[in-house]
Design a protein around this ligand. Sequence first.
Ligand code: FES
Ligand SMILES: [Fe+2]
Length: 341
Amino acid sequence: MSVPPPIDAWPPGWWAVCRSRDLGSRPLGVVVNGTPLAVFRDPSGTPAALEDRCPHRMAPLSAGRATCGTIECAYHGWRFDAAGRCAAIPGLGPSDRADHETRRVAAAQTCETGGLVFASGTRELAPPYLGPLWGAQDCHAFVWRTTARGALVDIAENFLDGFHTHFVHAGLIRSGSARQRVRARVRRLPDRIEIQYTGEGQQNGLISRLFERERATTFARFVRPAIAELEYRSRTRIELAISAYFTRAQSDAVAIFAVMSVPGNALTGRLKEAAIAPFFAYALRQDRRIVELQRASIARWGGPRFTSTRLDMMRPHIARLLERDALPSDFEAVHEEELLL
Ligand code: FES
Ligand SMILES: [Fe+2]
């Protein structure tokens, strides 16, 4: 049995924990970067995240209740505040100090924005990364939550790769018969990799024919700590942005929080959401199936042995960004490629 890592061993950055709407008045048990967490709200609604383990007899704190700015253990009622300090031990008198260091629970820093609750094991100075349409007026955003089994790097690569869409999503996103000559401008920054595709025109898949007029530019990005983003632009505006926040959960399960943003007021935004959602859910299922087949095959063959071409340009950057490697000294910050997509 592997021991969960402590919160302060997490890779730096903000990790998505849950959707805002999934955290109500009851505590929630989640696993982030392999660490079980009990997440709860204080009376002002601010989320708190503690290791999900009562220091008394190790009952999971997430099975308890949130009360008076603390989480109360379901077993003997010990209470812990948002910083993990023991605030009360029922049965002890006022002369017995509750807040003894050995009774403390490790706490993560939290932040709630963009419809998501985030946690970090380090002191973050900057707020979490939010997508390009976030905060824009006349924009409607909705958040999906799903999980996939596989390595985070494989799941992120799948999300950002256009070259599987002709096969995995044949007819839905693209089809194999018609390839377009596109230009890919690759830009690497210390915290992200971004590819800008131009020359695509309209896609021949069902989703594009139903929901898109003309496509001028597509951006594909991977941003630290683990956010994959697709941004589709017409000549005048961003038509759709999908920011997928990946969080390693248990063993090889990855939680995916996909924030989809479309221009429009509340009503047209909701209509678009209702129209796009079934197609998006279907595409996600197709991706999950192939990624899980890939995972099983990698396991059966004793680990990854890949060969790549220049079409797989995202992968090495995603791997380095996840590993927090420095940029290679000979790296070109910007370069261009011509591809048949
Ligand atoms: S196990 Fe939590 S109070 Fe006893
Ligand atoms: Fe896909």
